[in-house]
Design a protein around this ligand. Structure first.
Ligand SMILES: C[S@@+](CC[C@H](N)C(=O)[O-])C[C@H]1O[C@@H](n2cnc3c(N)ncnc32)[C@H](O)[C@@H]1O
Length: 258
């Protein structure tokens, strides 16, 4: 019965991954430890699906130097290593950084950087990034000003025409249409039972997730933010007209440094 309630809750409201970072037992603490996501077959599959679906809008190629900002366990690098010139995995979480260091030890095309939250550090992640991926990360940022500064900092280390790809952005609530789209997406991409299994795992072996979920909010990013960012930050913003993740309520954007 509780699993059924969890399924209902997921498909109707809370995304599997959401929250706001803080240093006092909030999401930052949650991610800085082994989680049920650290080696998740579901999120690995999600990354595969994302890379297929994004292809008409963003093509990764052999010349790319990619920054995976908020890399987590390195699902992106695990799938794209050898296919692009270089990948920089960067994260606030010491645990994620150590996982990535182990995973990519000995690979000269993948480097791993521990971040502190100070955006000035981004300058050292350049130069010449062609693409920066930020998947399910900016909802953890403390404020919209921080997001502005982040975009500007990524712009400074990017080549002209380089892009920042923001995936899974927006509100946590789902409309009925979005609930249906979430179910259909998981069925279409062979993820439905993995989601159900993950919900069971969350229920029985992830009390920390439930505790943090109850405490922490997340940064709400209004859709108008991106319209005004174009003028304010001198970037070109394009909304990707396609659902890329199981979070049908969230949107994805390409920010081009023109
Ligand atoms: C939901 S996980 C997503 C991980 C990865 N992008 C993926 O999709 O597999 C969010 C990650 O963002 C990181 N994060 C949160 N706030 C951050 C910040 N200000 N700077 C860098 N990383 C951050 C967390 O430590 C966590 O690893």
């Amino acid at each position: 019965m509780r699993i059924f309630q969890k399924c209902l809750q997921f498909f109707s409201g809370n995304p599997l991954i959401s929250g706001a970072a803080d240093d006092t037992g909030g999401w930052a603490g949650y991610w800085n430890a082994p989680t049920i996501w650290s080696d998740s077959a579901l999120w690995n599959r999600q990354m595969q699906v994302l890379l297929e679906l994004i292809e008409p809008f963003v093509k990764f190629g052999a010349a790319d130097r990619v920054l995976d900002f908020g890399c987590g366990s390195g699902f992106f690098a695990a799938q794209m290593q050898g296919q692009v010139k270089e990948i920089v995995c960067a994260d606030l979480s010491q645990h994620s950084v150590e996982l990535c260091q182990q995973k990519f030890a000995g690979r000269r095309d993948v480097s791993v950087v521990k971040l502190t939250g100070d955006l000035a550090q981004i300058a050292a992640l350049g130069p010449d990034c062609t693409k920066t991926l930020c998947l399910s990360v900016i909802q953890y940022f403390p404020a919209l000003d921080y997001l502005d500064e982040f975009i500007a900092a990524v712009g400074k280390i990017s080549v002209r025409g380089g892009v920042l790809i923001l995936v899974d952005v927006g509100r946590a609530e789902r409309t009925w249409r979005e609930r249906l789209l979430t179910v259909l997406f998981t069925l279409r991409h062979g993820m439905f039972w993995q989601v159900v299994a993950k919900l069971a795992q969350m229920q029985f072996s992830d009390a920390a997730y439930q505790a943090v979920l109850g405490r922490a909010g997340h940064l709400e990013i209004p859709e108008q933010y991106f319209e005004s960012a174009q003028q304010r930050l001198g970037v070109k913003v394009t909304k990707i007209p396609r659902q890329l993740t199981l979070n049908a309520n969230r949107k994805s954007y390409i920010i081009e440094f023109v």
